[in-house]
Design a protein around this ligand. Structure first.
Ligand code: PMP
Length: 393
């Protein structure tokens, strides 16, 4: 039965990870895969995570099944981290999922079961896995303009012109912060305008929050989500703890629906039912580590300091790369790298130039020019800036 099994086309990220691993060159530089790296290029287990894991090992008495929604302490502490009390808990239904990826998928399944004809609007540049996840749920997807590539900022006019086409009952997927891949974030004013537009058109926002704490800080990064949640009757959220807790391989995430109090129980039941059909119970270990950290003053302080250190390192890399590129290219073409947010920028390079960087300089980024700026350090910043200037000549 499997002779003609079609092979899935690897998305750019997975294919690039393989190519990098197979490259024998010593000085190769990985700006591809979206994980945080320290100055030495490592992705360490956070101290707060280590301490919380030790505590869990010592105190946990059973690993028997929990509920389909997962650990309630994880869901409660994450609700506070994400929403900061912007809406009453009586409006919030949430379930744990294996990572933010499955949270996106489960929210798509929820949309399809409620309204199969809903169109999901997605920023024209987005995380490469959004389209396959939405398609796998059988939903239609349409792009809205987002990046103004000339200024490396928001295409405000294009964004709002396209969102005017959104129909009542459609869903608009927005990156909560640290837009992947552009690094271009919405201002408080943009969020307020989007809230007003979605309210007027009767559309539902779906916030993908995968980098809370990597942009401006934990509360500032959730400002847009909190504004929408307080203003609109229905908001969907997919959240990931992969980056901000460094728990990538533990698969920690949650799917959340913020709805009117009268339908909260329906949503909680629907989300639990969707979990039952795919993996039944979400993984527990990583979520327990998160709730242990968030529920303990000392561990939380330690974690926030570690997260802040990661955030500042990426921001400093941004400044340093922008300066080095300014000096090497004698132009302001890359100035927006300094003002964008989070781990990624979409460098204004052609696919040929990206291929040349890989072939001639061992510098890996995605084909569209998405670079993970956490992959840089004091040594590789000038090397990259020189190589980029060279391929531009
Ligand atoms: N959404 C976005 C925008 C992301 O960049 C990522 C991670 N690359 C995710 C969701 C999901 O992350 P994970 O499944 O590893 O938690």
């Amino acid at each position: 039965m499997f002779e003609t099994l079609p092979q899935p086309k690897l998305d750019g990220i997975i294919a690039m990870m393989q190519a990098f691993a197979e490259d024998p060159r010593m000085g190769k530089i990985d700006l591809g895969v979206g994980v945080y790296r320290d100055e030495a290029g490592r992705t360490p287990v956070l101290q707060a995570v280590k301490a919380a894991e030790r505590r869990c090992v010592e105190t946990q008495e059973s690993k028997s099944y929990l509920s389909l929604a997962g650990d309630q302490a994880f869901l409660d502490t994450m609700e506070t981290l994400l929403l900061g009390g912007a809406v009453p808990s009586a409006r919030v239904a949430a379930v744990g999922t294996p990572g933010g990826t499955s949270a996106v998928r489960q929210i798509c399944e929820l949309i399809r079961s409620a309204r199969p004809e809903a169109v999901v609007w997605v920023s024209a540049q987005t995380w490469p896995n959004h389209a396959p996840l939405i398609a796998a749920s059988g939903l239609e997807m349409r792009p809205y303009r987002y990046l103004d590539s000339d200024k490396g900022g928001l295409d405000h006019m294009g964004l709002f012109a396209d969102l005017e086409q959104v129909a009542a009952g459609d869903v608009v997927l927005l990156h909560g912060c640290c837009h992947n891949p552009t690094g271009v974030d919405l201002s408080a004013q943009d969020w307020a305008e989007i809230a007003a537009l979605l309210e007027r058109r009767g559309a539902v926002p779906f916030i993908d929050m995968a980098y809370q704490g990597f942009g401006e800080g934990l509360d500032a990064d959730a400002g847009g989500l909190r504004h929408l949640a307080a203003r609109l009757p229905e908001v969907l959220v997919a959240a990931s703890c992969s980056k901000n807790f460094g728990l990538y391989r533990e698969r920690v995430g949650l799917a959340m629906a913020i709805v009117p109090e009268a339908v909260r129980a329906n949503l909680a039941g629907a989300l639990a039912g969707l979990n039952r059909k795919v993996f039944a119970f979400p993984p527990d270990h990583g979520g327990r580590v998160v709730s242990t950290i968030l529920g303990d003053t000392a561990l939380r302080t330690l974690w926030q300091n570690e997260l802040e250190e990661m955030r500042l390192r990426v921001a400093q890399n941004r400044q340093a790369l922008a300066q080095a590129l300014q000096a090497e290219t004698n132009s302001d073409r890359f100035a927006s790298v300094a003002t964008q947010r989070g781990m990624f920028s979409l460098l204004p390079l052609s696919s040929d130039q990206v291929a040349q960087l890989r072939a001639e300089h061992g510098i890996y980024m995605l084909g569209d020019g998405r670079a993970n700026l956490a992959g840089l350090n004091d040594f590789s910043i000038p090397v990259c800036a020189q190589a980029i200037a060279k391929v531009l000549r």
